[in-house]
Design a protein around this ligand. Structure first.
Ligand SMILES: Cc1cc2nc3c(=O)[nH]c(=O)nc-3n(C[C@H](O)[C@H](O)[C@H](O)COP(=O)(O)OP(=O)(O)OC[C@H]3O[C@@H](n4cnc5c(N)ncnc54)[C@H](O)[C@@H]3O)c2cc1C
Length: 431
């Protein structure tokens, strides 16, 4: 029987739409299947969107008055907390707005609809409310999909972009269901505030945006961080920590978020705001080592479905877009050759390897394990940073050389060698 499509893309998130758009533009017959009522209906992200990867697919998208973007980010801050102190450092630059602006805040429910419409305009056929539940196989190769309604659809290639805990990658035998230690659980609230209030509180010019990540006491010793991002008329306040840590603590992310809202620093920034919505979603954390094979006969995997996520840099949607585009380009080349074998489709893996995607994932692969293997790392260092800052900024009548002695004593208590051993691996996320 002839194939229904050249390619079936499962999932209309950043990876799936990027793949579908790339293939449709090259004239391929593409079906884009999305289980949500519309793209973005079920998707959650902080959300910071890195422009360059989208610009490669939709040039100058920020000039489109319809583009579903919130604010261009001019300042990125980090805040290290204890219960009663916090140390903030950030970088603000108008250079972030030059050329291709570095990043925008977005709201996925709006963004995904806008982005999927670009793929449709290029000729991809978008089917919403369709849940794919299995891969169709013939002689060991994947030749299509089965939906939960029992419909079957055939194609030369299936591109799995169905997000974290990908059912399709599981059905293809590429991954097992993810363990709680391989995922983080992210929870987020969207809080309404007047644009002028947002700009005053974050010291922004009208229309500009800022991001902030919070580490330390705020995560209650769990591996993860909280975030606060400025949208046009709302703030996105959220937190993501290892699911296994939440289970160990017996804490629900919604309750964690309530505690975060009470921290004096956060409380002031969100005061007077009205919560419009709450959502939660998993984030892949297994890293480079737990990535599935990325190509098989008639099959490619991209984005969160392939665990492509770099939380140390707050990146995921950009990796998904680049991987989706490269998967699309690989299928276009395979169509020209008339060869959809694993060998032909493996050029996708080579392309990912030459891009930032796999090298970045490789570089951060040991960081989480390193932090988790150092007892109380996540309590000790934020507290140390605040104590050192306290000494630095106190005029308490003591000679400054005594401050220096006290500071060294704090480090000696942990052991200078141990501090060096614990902090040295973090150089990988210094730039
Ligand atoms: C709280 C939180 C904050 C984040 N913040 C950031 C950030 O600031 N910046 C950043 O770059 N990344 C961030 N991320 C990560 C980012 O959201 C993901 O990396 C990105 O969404 C991955 O895109 P994707 O297309 O691979 O998967 P998804 O966006 O998850 O899209 C998958 C799509 O597949 C559909 N689908 C799933 N199963 C099926 C099925 N069986 N049949 C049909 N359709 C299906 C889903 O409905 C969905 O539309 C964050 C994630 C979370 C949870």
């Amino acid at each position: 029987m002839a194939d229904d499509y050249d390619a079936i893309v499962v999932g209309a998130g950043p990876a799936g739409v990027s793949a579908a758009l790339t293939m449709a533009r090259a004239g391929l017959k593409v079906a884009l299947l999305e289980r949500g009522e519309y793209p973005g209906a079920k998707n959650v992200q902080g959300a910071v969107l890195y422009s360059r990867m989208l610009h490669e697919l939709v040039p100058d998208f920020w000039k489109d008055p319809e583009a579903a973007i919130e604010r261009p980010v001019v300042e990125q801050k980090t805040c290290v907390t204890t219960e009663d102190s916090w140390l903030t450092f950030g970088y603000k630059s108008l250079k972030f707005l030059e050329g291709v602006p570095n990043c925008y805040t977005i709201i996925r429910v709006k963004f995904d609809r806008w982005y999927a419409a670009k793929a449709e305009a290029a000729g991809a056929e978008l089917f919403c409310g369709v849940t794919v539940r299995d891969a169709l196989k013939e002689n060991g190769r994947i030749v299509g999909i089965k939906t939960s309604d029992g419909d079957e659809l055939k194609a030369s290639v299936v591109v799995a972009c169905d997000g974290v805990n990908s059912l399709l990658a599981q059905k293809a035998g590429f991954i097992d269901e993810l363990k709680p230690s391989e995922v983080a659980l992210g929870a987020k609230e969207v809080i309404a505030l007047e644009p002028g209030v947002i700009e005053d509180r974050f010291q922004l010019n009208p229309g500009e945006g800022a991001t902030m990540e919070l580490f330390g006491s705020i995560t209650l010793g769990m591996l993860g961080y909280a975030f606060l991002y400025t949208n046009k008329e709302t703030l996105s306040l959220g937190v993501g920590c290892k699911l296994s840590d939440y289970q160990r603590k017996g804490l629900r992310p919604a309750d964690h978020l309530e505690l975060i809202k009470k921290h004096p620093y956060v409380k002031k920034l969100i005061s007077g705001g009205r919560t419009l919505e709450y959502s939660s979603h998993l984030i892949p954390e297994g890293g480079y080592r737990s990535m599935p094979p990325l190509a098989a006969d008639g099959f490619l995997v991209a984005g969160d479905a392939a665990q492509m996520s770099n939380p140390a840099y707050r990146e995921g949607s950009n990796l998904a877009m680049t991987a989706g585009r490269l998967a699309g380009e690989t299928v276009v080349a395979a169509k020209k050759q008339g060869d959809f074998s694993k060998a032909a489709l493996s050029s996708y893996v080579a392309a990912l390897r030459s891009s930032y995607v796999l090298s970045d994932m490789e570089d951060v692969q040991d960081l989480e394990r390193h932090v988790e293997s150092s007892p109380d790392f996540l309590e000790f260092y934020p507290r140390l940073a605040c104590e050192l800052a306290h000494l630095r900024f106190s005029a308490d009548g003591q000679p400054k050389r005594r401050h220096l002695k006290q500071a060294l004593a704090l480090l000696r208590r942990r052991g200078l060698l141990r501090v060096a051993r614990e902090l040295f691996p973090l150089r990988k996320v210094a730039v």
